[in-house]
Design a protein around this ligand. Structure first.
Ligand code: ZN
Length: 298
């Protein structure tokens, strides 16, 4: 049911004699990091059912779980309940997590409305979250507006986003099956954005033929192609974040682009509203508005 790594953590969790809220939080975080959103929600339900006291920390995990499943309505209900039923005053981290939950699934208007209704001044993190997801979802205008606010609040932040440290490891997803590193929030952001794009692409009819993103099939057949294909998309997301809004991005590799990635990049160009240029071992592919300039592979 679970990936090997997650399975070990679940096993250890069940074997533990004493569990505290932190243990439950770690468990939920592990599940979310491995793509098991529904399972993380089940753990949250079980945590409540067993009579444990809910605190602000475990709510942070549930928002991440709902961000993954895309069930933002239920996530918002939990946000309400956190305040009304449990008397927990939201911290800026809670606001940022809810922002992320809404924006991940492309609910950009709702996200903006949520931020504007915040009873406290939104932090630069909150605006940065919306800025990044606006760009990914192709709302460059909103992305620009957020960028202005981010710059105003912390002018070093945009440089930081553009820095090479944003995503160092294009093999992140592959490595996650073996070694979870939850101390890398920037990489998490890339992964979340890719997940979000993936959900939209699936809604648009995209059928990944050689790999399954959400399930851990890396240990099965097509390992090479799976990891190679995934790298293409990770590289594009990194470039999207690394560049100015509306600009085109170029990704270069020494391998010929596979059909799967070719289909994926066409859709990514449509969703983001950006021109994506891919140079592989054979030629340039110029993706824009859902089509590619090449005639051969498309
Ligand atoms: Zn092409």
């Amino acid at each position: 049911m679970y990936s090997r790594c997650c399975g070990s953590v679940v096993y250890m969790f069940h074997e533990m004699f004493e569990k505290n809220t932190e243990t439950w939080c770690v468990m939920m975080r592990c599940l979310v990091s491995n793509g098991y959103g529904d399972e993380a929600i089940s753990f949250f339900t079980r945590f409540k059912r067993e009579g444990n006291k809910l605190d602000g920390e475990i709510f942070k995990e549930i928002f991440s779980a709902y961000a993954l499943t895309g069930d933002v309505k239920k996530g918002l209900i939990q946000f309400e309940a956190m305040q009304k039923d449990y008397g927990i005053k939201p911290s800026m981290e809670h606001y940022n997590n809810v922002t992320k939950m809404l924006a991940t699934s492309g609910h950009l208007d709702e996200t903006l409305s949520f931020i504007e209704k915040m009873p406290v001044e939104p932090s630069v993190d909150v605006w940065e979250t919306l800025m990044n997801f606006s760009r990914v979802h192709g709302d460059v205008e909103l992305g620009d507006r957020c960028a202005e606010l981010v710059e105003k609040l912390d002018d070093t932040r945009l440089d930081k986003v553009s820095s090479a440290g944003l995503v160092a490891n294009v093999n992140y997803k592959y490595n996650r099956t073996k070694d979870i590193d939850t101390s890398r929030p920037e990489t998490d952001m890339i992964y979340e954005m890719l997940e979000s794009l993936q959900l939209q692409m699936l809604e648009m009819g995209y059928v990944p033929s050689t790999r399954e993103w959400r399930n851990e099939r890396v240990e099965k057949e097509n390992k090479q192609e799976w990891t190679f294909g995934y790298k293409e998309e990770v590289a594009v997301v990194k470039k999207l974040l690394d560049s100015r809004p509306r600009s085109s991005v170029t990704v270069i590799s020494n391998f010929r682009i596979c059909q799967d990635s070719h289909d994926a990049l066409k859709l990514m160009s449509e969703i983001t509203g950006r021109q994506l240029i891919k140079r592989d071992s054979k030629k340039f592919h110029q993706f824009g508005k859902g089509i590619c300039s090449c005639k051969l592979v498309s």
